[in-house]
Design a protein around this ligand. Sequence first.
Ligand SMILES: [Zn+2]
Length: 114
Amino acid sequence: MRQSTTTTRQTKACKIERTLYLDRTDALRATVTETKVLQTKTTSSSRMYRIHRISCQFGVAAASVVNVATGDEYNVLLDGRHSTCDCPGHTYNPNGRPCTHLEIVAEAQRRKLL
Ligand SMILES: [Zn+2]
């Protein structure tokens, strides 16, 4: 079953529309597509991830998120507002906007796909 959620945010430069697809077949996969609407053109990029649940002693759930194209793997722990991800973006700005990995795992958990 394929389900998607779309969020839109406005930056100074442009409007960014992000669509998150979750797909559960043999493994849980996510595709994140970002479309940037600039004044003169619209650009779109896509990233694919594989998600594996990890057992954890605390928190709500934990998972590793692997970027299929680069092989980069990040570990996400879902624990309400104490949720963490070990990717550089989240490590350097832990109180900022949740990173893509956190969003993917949170959405998978919400839909009970994890
Ligand atoms: Zn992250």
